[in-house]
Design a protein. Structure first.
Length: 86
């Protein structure tokens, strides 16, 4: 791995790129009136922020905090999907 690629991951810019793509996808889906898919994208945000904290040397409370935030978001999305199936 080259130094530039290693730095791209070590400083969290790789996660920033994924978050930017996720935001573009959300805008594109909203423009196509596919808002039913947006809640499925939402849990990825705190997970990616936990990854960014881990890559950039954030303390374990930051990583654990972002992961803890993702759980209720996942559960909300899951309950929403299950209600729609009934």
């Amino acid at each position: 791995m080259t130094a530039a690629v290693a730095a791209f991951f070590a400083n969290g810019h790789a996660v920033d790129a994924v978050l930017a793509v996720l935001a573009l996808e959300a805008v594109w889906l909203t423009a196509r009136r596919r808002t039913d898919v947006l809640p499925a994208l939402l849990p990825a945000v705190p997970i990616l922020l936990a990854l960014r904290a881990a890559l950039t040397g954030g303390g374990w409370p930051w990583v654990a905090g972002w992961l803890a935030i993702s759980l209720p978001v996942h559960l909300w999305d899951l309950s929403r999907r299950l209600k729609r199936r009934d």
